[in-house]
Design a binder for this molecule. Sequence first.
Ligand code: HMG
Ligand code: MG
Length: 304
Amino acid sequence: GLPARVRIHEVGPRDGLQNEKNAVPTEVKAEFVRRLADAGLTTIEATSFVHPKWVPQLADAEQLFPLVSDLPVALPVLVPNARGLDRALALGARRIAVFASATESFAKANLNRTVDEALAMFEPVVARAKAEGGHDGDGVHVRGYLSMCFGDPWEGPVPIPQVVRVCTALLALGCDELSLGDTIGVATPGHVRALLTALNEAGVPTSALAVHFHDTYGQALANTLAALQHGVTTVDASAGGLGGCPYARSATGNLATEDLVWMLRGLGVDSGVDLGRLTATSVWMAGRLGRPSASRTVRALSPH
Ligand code: HMG
Ligand code: MG
């Protein structure tokens, strides 16, 4: 069976833009977020509070966040360490994401740490975020990303037990949700099923899992369908298929949100997203970036 409803975790403003060479003006980013909210997306990853030298495109996080924080949507932000958490909390962020790696090579490239050093860096971040009193007394919501869950550009295929180990460690830190990243887009549906099953066997409930596919080999939708059939109800996607990770060789665009919405609509799965408004947003953003959208659905639905 399939879930009746799927929550789309929109990553366009963060994962989508972080790799853009030319600086996108802060006002354009803010309008992008506002248009995504207007299209019905309810979780929009806005930016990252990382070192500005590591991701120069998102160095304007302090300027951007206040321009969108009035929106009635969840606005998670990436936070790698205590300094990042300070910056995010100072602006009133209520949702953060830490980001771990299943492989040593990517942990080094992305965080300048070993896998376990990165987990040790996140431990006080997650603890402090969860201790922050919200109106619901539940603290700041913490997502734990796990990159390279299927394959790694330096190490090749990633053994499932290695992924399971870091997933359970992230949950033990107190993460509310885990996002399984196929950073370089090499996963295929059977591998997705095998990983989800292994996680369940290790005691990780499917309800705590999200999937994060990149479309390098055109497998992102097939992988998503396999995850939905397994019971996953949170799916990451990027409007227009923008994206790629600056610290992972051969990482191309994310699963396009429009392609996902087209599939969900056909399956009768509710996402709450207005495909027309979303497509118009990606066409507008493509104009700002000076190149057509990578999304097949955007191309099919927009005037030629
Ligand atoms: P480091 O060089 O080891 O930093 O980088 P450090 O801890 O040694 O600190 C060095 C200096 O940086 C210090 O300043 C800190 O204050 C400063 P100094 O005392 O020398 O003047 N600093 C900061 N400044 C601002 N904000 C901060 C911050 N932290 C330290 N948060 C660090 C370690 C984690 C900072 C660095 O590696 C980093 O910023 N990495 C971010 C990389 C990144 O954002 N990658 C993309 C996101 S992951 C992704 O895209 C994958 C995903 O989509 C899922 C998937 O597809 O798999 C999520
Ligand atoms: Mg990604």
